[in-house]
Design a protein. Sequence first.
Length: 284
Amino acid sequence: MMREKAPAKINLTLAVTGKQEDFHDVEMIMTTIDLADYVTVTAVPNTRRIVVESDSEIVPRGKKNIAYQVAELFLKKYNIHTGLNIFIEKRIPIAGGLAGGSANAAATLRALRQLFDVDCTNEELCEIGAQVGSDIPFCIIGGTAIATGRGEILTPIKSPPKCWVIIVNPRMSVSTRDIYRKFRLEDAGEINTTAMLNAIEREDFNEICAYLSNDLEPVTTKIFPVINEIRKEMIANGASGARMSGSGATVFALVYTEKKANHLYRQMKKKFSEYTVHMTRMLG
């Protein structure tokens, strides 16, 4: 049995830079946060069956779960003949732009490497993960990185200064595919990758907050206007910066001091009592 932590990610920037036949090109800076699921993988001898279970009823079971898919690829690649039980302790909001499913898949791959003592690199795990989802390679490596291509080409960079992160998820599942389908390249905003990178290098927290950007936010906000309401409330209650993560609908705010973070967390819990609200730290 092997248990692995599966941290969520947030997008500090997300720029859509082009469109290919079956996907969009992106340029984004992602970093991990200390909001995490936990994945436990157990070998089940005398069977070839992979079973996915969870403490959440809405986590996909069977082949629809990408943790199942990467496990299947791993066993085949390394010629391992056994069944598996994959149990997911869920805390990251599902379909919320925080890469929860990808984090679970990445944790599954790391757990399998340890469980079966396979001599393989992170890069080899990333190759497996990229076959299933473009966020999985980042979730395998973690930290902070510039991601290009579909999001699977990674350049690790210095992490931002440690700060507090307030998460509000309006409990609305967003289809990433649908959001990209509705996105128009002519509506792309200014690409802030270089500016954000420079702000991180200087450890300038205020500039980092100023350059938060996401080309997909206007698209998702048209469908779920509450995203803009959440952002406005976060800023009004002391957030230094706030932005939607990924394709949404989760909104995150950055706060430098614990005192301000506690205040913002309490206000968000009060204002959006029907939503999921978390207070966590940036891991980087």
